[in-house]
Design a protein around this ligand. Sequence first.
Ligand SMILES: [Zn+2]
Length: 141
Amino acid sequence: MITSQDCLREFGDPNKEKEMVLYDVPLLLEIGVIPKRIYCSKLLVKPLEKAFEYLIMSDCVRELKTWDGCFNIRAKKCSKSWSLHAWGLAVDVNAAWNGYGKKPVLSQDFVNCFVKNGFDWGGEWKVPDGMHFQLRSLNSF
Ligand SMILES: [Zn+2]
């Protein structure tokens, strides 16, 4: 799992917006609420594109009700350290139904579309953050 310490070492202060790109989502993947463009870390582009492909192939894309953002310079909930959103390495989906500390309602098939493509899921954490998927490693892509 990537920590904010890892990101500080790799990218520095999130306000510098190092290694960020405006990812133009391929037209074929703009299904449902999948956005047209996402401002994110360049490391997120490939895994996220694969996750979108899996969502579409498995028809889990119908479960994607809302896209709740990626890049956002903020601290973690209930913590002083930065969230991985601060480096554009995490995305939130279906936030209204998968709130912090609540029991997530995303299906296992939906979650697998991300987990199989290099993401950790916040829904498995001690205090669940079911809306949250973040890149698992800074090295594997
Ligand atoms: Zn999040």
